[in-house]
Design a binder for this molecule. Structure first.
Ligand SMILES: [Zn+2]
Length: 364
């Protein structure tokens, strides 16, 4: 594995970094872009300067950073679990009417940007007690503008929810990959169904009658929870295979591909204490760490390669970590890291599944 870094450093700190920054690194709009391999001498001097400024109570030198990890074919061939990373798709399901239940008892301190009235676009940071992101629960089917989910197969929304394409659903179902349930989406907006019309995927007569026996509608989240958690597995698989292909409306120029919510159900994986989380690679304080009765946020970001305790993995194909990362801020919610088995990973690569980067998760 090789870890490449890219730091964006405010150029007024150039002198502090001395000779470790080559003179060829030029400032653009007050920012120096510094690249290298984690652990090199430049990385060490960035760490030293950052820690010194922090100790003096000054703000950091970084405007941004990114670490990418690359692997040899052998390392990929021998890996058993893969961490699937997706950039956040800036769509909030809450904006389109998805319902959530927030804890009234469990709250946490968050910082929001707000524009006071009459301030003409001037924002200020406001500290406030917000319902805890870990305790927040989705209470309805995800309601989304389905037409906006194109060209990729995997998405993570601002609320942390996972959305997958029809191709990905088929791949999981045909391959009999286990560890997650797949829920239909309630379409919002023009590219989906008309207001009040059930989603294409839940028009099946078998589903309608099964829901009726439970006194529910297939458009209700609770029905899908009952279906996946309580009804026999064989029934779920049969119904899932009968879910109709999304219809293309006459006059609709663009093919609308179906999308679904992926909800991991496998036993959460325990992350080794060797894995570091926090605000930036030199953060000694696990910035963003938070714990409540119902869960834990390890930190705002994952900083070092992900290591999973082998004893906590029961061999399922779709998994997530017990700990969350990120945090609650407006519509943003913390989420659990997604991992897949080698079998599913190989299948995803063979089928050219789009919308993700990967890292090897080491089992320790
Ligand atoms: Zn909580």
């Amino acid at each position: 594995m090789i870890e490449h870094y890219e730091f964006r450093v405010f150029s007024q700190y150039r002198d502090l970094l001395g000779d470790s920054i080559p003179s060829t690194v030029a400032s653009s709009y007050g920012i120096l872009v510094i690249r290298g391999i984690v652990g090199d001498s430049q990385f060490a001097s960035l760490a030293e300067v950052e820690q010194r400024l922090r100790a003096e109570g000054l703000s950091g030198i970084f405007a941004g950073w990114k670490i990418t990890r690359s692997y040899s074919a052998d390392e990929i061939g021998q890996a058993q679990l893969f961490h699937i990373r997706m950039p956040i798709t800036h769509i909030s399901a809450e904006d389109y009417g998805t319902q959530y239940a927030d804890s009234v008892r469990c709250t946490q301190l968050t910082y929001d940007l707000e524009a006071p009235s009459g301030s003409a676009g001037q924002f200020q940071t406001v500290a406030k007690q917000t319902p805890c992101g870990v305790c927040s629960r989705q209470k309805s089917l995800l309601r989304l503008p389905v037409g906006k989910f194109q060209k990729k197969d995997l998405f993570r929304l601002v609320g942390g929810e996972l959305v997958v394409s029809e191709r990905f659903r088929k791949l999981v179902q045909k391959g009999l990959f286990v560890g997650a349930d797949i829920y239909p989406i309630d379409p919002a907006g023009r590219a989906g169904s008309r207001a009040g019309e059930p989603a294409a995927a839940i028009r099946s007569a078998a589903l309608m009658s099964m829901a009726a026996t439970q006194g529910m509608l297939p458009s209700q989240f609770a029905f899908w929870q009952w279906l996946h958690r309580t009804s026999p597995r064989a029934v779920v698989q049969k119904l899932a295979s009968e879910q109709s292909e999304p219809r293309v409306r006459r006059g609709e120029s663009r093919r609308y591909e179906g999308i679904y919510q992926l909800l991991p159900t496998s036993k959460p994986l325990e992350v080794s204490l060797e894995t570091r989380f926090g605000d930036d690679p030199f953060d000694p304080k696990s910035g963003g760490h938070y714990r409540c009765e119902f869960g834990e946020i390890a930190g705002n970001m994952q900083l070092s390669p992900l290591k999973i305790l082998r004893s906590t993995w029961e061999g399922e194909d779709i998994c997530r970590t017990r700990v969350h990362i990120s945090g609650r801020q407006g519509y943003y919610r913390p989420y659990q890291i997604l991992l897949v088995s080698k079998g599913l990973f190989d299948c995803m690569r063979r089928e050219s599944i789009k919308g993700f980067e990967f890292e090897v998760a080491e089992l320790v």
